[in-house]
Design a protein around this ligand. Sequence first.
Ligand SMILES: Nc1nc2c(c(=O)[nH]1)N[C@H]1C(S)=C(S)[C@@H](COP(=O)(O)O)O[C@H]1N2
Ligand SMILES: [Mo]
Length: 541
Amino acid sequence: MGNRNNSNARGPRPDGSRGRLAGGVGGVMSAGALFSVAELFAAFFGPQASPLTSVGAAFIDFTPAWMKNFAVATFGTQDKTVLLLSMAVAVIILSAAAGVLSRIRFAAGGALVAVFATVMAGSIITRAGATVPDLVPLLAGTVAGLWALRYLATAHPFRKQAPAGGGPAHAAPPLAAPDPALPAAPSRRTFLLRSAAVAGAAVVLGLGGAALSGARNTALKVRQALRLPGPKTAAPALPADVQAPVAGVTPFITPNADFYRIDTALVVPRLDPGPWRLRVHGMVENEFTMGFDELLAAELVESYVTLTCVSNVVGGNLAGNAKWLGYPLREVMARARPTAGADMVLSTSADGFSASTPLPVLQDHRDAMLAIGMNGEPLPLEHGFPVRMVVPGLYGFVSATKWVVDLEVTTFARKAGYWTSRGWSSHGTIKTASRVEVPRALARVPAGTVGIGGSAWAQRRGISKVEIQLDNGAWRAATLAAGASVDTWRQWSYQWHGATEGLHNVRVRAYDMDGTLQTEKQAPPEPDGSTGWHSITFTVV
Ligand SMILES: Nc1nc2c(c(=O)[nH]1)N[C@H]1C(S)=C(S)[C@@H](COP(=O)(O)O)O[C@H]1N2
Ligand SMILES: [Mo]
């Protein structure tokens, strides 16, 4: 024990580059110990008690808007993978720094770990629904991390054997020739063994912790066993020809597994419908809470609605169409009875995301709902299980709150949603959009007749006409597939006969039911949705 207890008091150790390497390795291993032990403990608290989850969430919340926009624009729905990787890199760099420092002066390395732990504690305690006991896993993890740091810092990385007499291993000149007479105290071998032991323990504890919280979480099991009730009013049957007759056009109904996913949740919230409650409050005469059973027993509606993300670029694929089953928000608002002056409903999710929806939109006759079903199934966890909002005509960032738990009737003057406070608009009516899906950009297609097709949307208004332009020629009317409702996208097609060999360009534009032409003006997604006509180039061979 003498070694370990004294190492702390030593001055700088000229370990050189190998010493720094060992310090770095020790630091990273210690971070592994910290996070895995914390993960294990977190299984007994909520997901917010996991430092990985909460730090990740804080990372997302504090990422500057421009960087987030860049991430979504560049990596699309892969943005989370990229975020996880950059977080991993940050953790490795910071923990390696603590490790290197700990070999020079253990107290300094330990202090740095304590600083990191404090920052993580801040990110945990500020999560939605977090309480002080949620800090226990972090505390346990920090103790384990500091222990591992010490355990590894006191093993010498490159001296084959350590000096006798209980003297600290690192007190001897680092590059001194090993003295065969000395007993095998902390040495390179010890260091490697200890590193392997810490790494192994971290992997076992981390995976064990994840498995344990998986087993303790009932959301998946409850979802699997859940039988949804039927709607009081079923969605009208889809016309036979909603699908444009061109192979390769996006399916009219997006299968749940293919539905785009955009949210700030690093770890998908796993809410048990049993204790789930929706709190309705604020500027209302009647505050109340609703449980999941109440929703199941209520008169439900069913409706096809195309969801669209404001981050979608011209021609992009952040849009999806599903048959939703849910309880009308109009009924929720009627029961709450908003008071004069209220003009917005701030919906908040279990993980702290929020969206500002204009109050009238939740009171008119559109099928704005608390959705519990998606294409005949309970909502998939990543699409908001057990309950989310679906509001025809508005971008998701101001309406489609997943894992929703709170509706506050308020005003735009008083409150702002998650993205509004990060540079995006407070309102988000979906803009008319159209895109070419076939041929794919840069495709090579055989000469003769070329099938061209795609989708267009103007939720709430509906699409009345789509036109295409070939090689900057005259605009020609495309054939519209049948429409399901004004709230869904509409497919179009065009058969180009006698296509000649060479490079070609096709451009598309749509008109809504009011006869208003989609604007040609190019605009980026920020702050309230992209605009411009989509065009692609392909080669006829
Ligand atoms: N809880 C929560 N709900 C959310 C979001 C979020 O980040 N968190 N993102 C919104 C955005 S920006 C969009 S476009 C839609 C996407 O819904 P989807 O992932 O089911 O396609 O969810 C909305 N609801
Ligand atoms: Mo979005």
